[in-house]
Design a protein around this ligand. Structure first.
Ligand SMILES: Nc1ncnc2c1ncn2[C@@H]1O[C@H](COP(=O)(O)OP(=O)(O)O)[C@@H](O)[C@H]1O
Ligand SMILES: [Mg+2]
Length: 235
């Protein structure tokens, strides 16, 4: 397994947001985590990235014990998070945003990788010297993903990347996720767009009030009652 966590817990004071969650992502896999607002999805990803504190029985990535790695070290070991709401630096240029994504690298191929991003996304290339605030929502999501790619990850975690995008852009986004995966990137995808997520992922987990209530293949998740219940429960 590329990523393996067992019995992971996140507490914010008395709010026990993530409760004994166990999940794994194999090399080359797309895995999705579904659940209603407040289910603990973002907290789970942040705990894996190391930006909120957590406790767990097992937390391993790429053969390393995550607890021994700072959040920065996790990035340089190949684990990146594209956060909820994109969080690009709107007052910096597109190019500067991409450079920020490579902050953990010491090699000499950053410029070539940025050119690769511009080749893939002509809209970003055309706006490379403009502040990122001029980008549309869809372009900002492409920039957020590109910035994460600049870390040369092996596992990309995406937190609700389709939020706020039009249906056409949502389709483009999922096409991009699929192509990145074909190029070898493993993906842990948090989504509210259950339909698209289950079309794209090989396996999934449903979180309800911090716990995994069901896991399995898309067929298993669609056919069970827990998926719908998880959304209705918190709605
Ligand atoms: N920084 C925080 N401090 C306190 N409580 C938080 C914080 N972030 C999230 N929570 C709470 O933790 C629970 C899970 O939130 P979150 O992980 O954001 O869920 P989701 O991403 O599934 O919507 C919610 O009850 C939320 O209010
Ligand atoms: Mg969230």
């Amino acid at each position: 397994m590329l990523l393996e966590v067992e019995a992971l817990n996140v507490r914010y004071g008395r709010n026990h947001a993530v409760r004994d969650v166990s999940l794994s992502v194999a090399e080359g896999e797309i895995v999705t985590v579904l659940g209603a607002n407040g289910a603990g999805k973002s907290s789970l990803l942040k705990a894996i990235q190391g930006t909120v504190s957590s406790s767990s029985k097992v937390a391993r990535f790429s053969g390393n014990d995550l607890l021994s790695l700072s959040s920065h070290k996790r990035v340089s070991s190949g684990l990146v998070l594209v956060p909820e709401g994109r969080q690009i630096f709107v007052s910096m240029t597109v190019h500067e945003n991409l450079l920020m994504g490579a902050y953990c690298r010491r090699d000499t191929e950053v410029a070539a990788d940025i050119e690769g991003v511009y080749g893939r996304f002509p809209n970003l290339a055309q706006r490379r010297d403009l502040p990122a605030s001029v980008l549309s929502g869809g372009e900002q999501q492409m920039l957020a993903i590109s910035r994460a790619l600049l870390a040369r990850p092996t596992l990309m975690m995406l937190d609700e990347p389709s939020l706020g995008l039009s249906p056409i852009l949502v389709n483009q986004l999922f096409d991009l996720i699929t192509s990145l995966n074909r190029e070898g990137l493993s993906i842990l995808l948090v989504e509210q767009n259950t339909h698209k997520a289950l079309q794209t992922a090989a396996r999934g987990y449903v979180l309800e009030l911090g716990r995994v209530v069901v896991e399995g293949t898309p067929e298993q998740l669609r056919s069970g009652e827990q998926l719908e219940a998880a959304y209705l429960g918190a709605g």
